[in-house]
Design a protein around this ligand. Structure first.
Ligand SMILES: [Zn+2]
Length: 333
């Protein structure tokens, strides 16, 4: 058993309480390789933003859970080296789908886990979440649960269609399970194709797809039922058009990729939403940078020469999210 506390990591409890009160959100960035992690830590250290490092099932399969855990431990030291005296870094399991996975993460140094029982019938979701909470809280590890189903595909998380979280269920769910935060469904979704073209309208000037707005009325009702309770938004990449354009003009093919407009995430950050998950945007930043170099410098074969610029691009993106969208800069001095 390794406690996250020995690794210099923190859980989400105090961080979320501060964020809900302060009207900002903590970035939750997924990572599965060194360049991504370097970019996340550099952006967070330089802006003094608390940060959640997320490990998904896909990342665990790709990079190995143990290796990722040691990378997170190294990230704390790296942050200190960068001059961040008291780094506030959470190591979080994204979309844990069983009690066993959550338990294994708690034992190996994760400070937070998500148990995603959202696809189960309500009572089974309650029972599974409760079981995970009981175990995790013994070690002061915080637990995120989910109610409602998100559409989209990202890693192993796939759902055909979304169902908004039912506000009438949230009090019962949170009380019965004892979870520390709740991921809800209000129209965000996983991946770079969050909406089908027929769900969107087209901007007559640019011809670009305009996605339907998030269900802020549902969010408001949930906030009313659970005043001050930490709410989480998954699938909140914005799919920046400039990256999509670079990718498409350098041999890529991402027609009609569409995400959540940043103004809507800015608005959500000011509410009880205190954790916003962003994964696809960093994938797009990395892919755009690499594609550009492969086109512009076809003789390049040193991975540092294309992964380095990709890392810089991701760092720029993370800083932009922290400062201009979530408002978490300066909150972990
Ligand atoms: Zn998710």
């Amino acid at each position: 058993m390794v406690s996250y506390k020995e690794l210099g990591l923190v859980n989400t409890r105090a961080m979320f309480a501060k964020a809900v009160k302060g009207g900002y959100a903590i970035p939750a960035f997924n990572f599965n390789n060194m360049e991504q992690l370097q970019a996340i830590i550099k952006a967070s250290a330089e802006t003094k933003s608390p940060v959640i490092l997320q490990v998904s099932k896909g990342a665990r399969n790709y990079a190995n859970q143990t290796l990722l855990r040691y990378m997170a431990e190294g990230a704390v030291q790296y942050a200190k080296e960068l001059g961040w005296k008291r780094p506030q870094i959470v190591l979080h399991l994204d979309h844990g789908d069983s009690y066993e996975i959550c338990k294994s993460c708690v034992q190996t140094g994760f400070s937070s886990v998500m148990i995603d029982g959202s696809a189960l019938p309500y009572d089974e979701n309650v029972a599974l979440t409760k079981k995970v909470v009981r175990y995790a809280h013994r070690y002061d590890v915080t637990v995120e649960a989910e109610l409602g189903v998100l559409a989209g595909v990202e890693d192993e998380v796939a759902a055909e269609e979304s169902h908004y979280t039912k506000p009438e269920e949230v009090i019962d769910f949170v009380t019965k399970t004892g979870c520390d935060s709740l991921a809800i469904s209000i129209g965000t979704s996983h991946g770079a194709y969050k909406f089908k073209p027929e769900q969107c309208t087209r901007d007559p000037k640019t011809g670009k797809l305009v996605p339907p707005p998030l269900a802020f009325d549902v969010l408001k009702q949930i906030e009313k039922k659970l005043p001050g309770f930490p709410i989480v938004l998954h699938g909140s990449s914005s799919v920046p058009q400039e990256y999509v354009d670079i990718i498409n003009s350098h041999g890529g093919k991402l027609p009609d990729a569409v995400g959540i407009p940043e103004e809507q995430l800015r608005k959500a950050s000011k509410s009880a939403v205190c954790k916003i998950n962003i994964d696809s945007d960093s994938r797009l930043a990395m892919t755009a940078a690499v594609r550009k170099i492969f086109t512009d410098k076809p003789g390049e074969f040193d991975p540092r020469k294309y992964l380095g610029p990709a890392r810089d691009e991701m760092e720029k993106l993370y800083k932009h999210k922290i400062i201009n969208v979530l408002g978490s800069d300066g909150k972990a001095k």
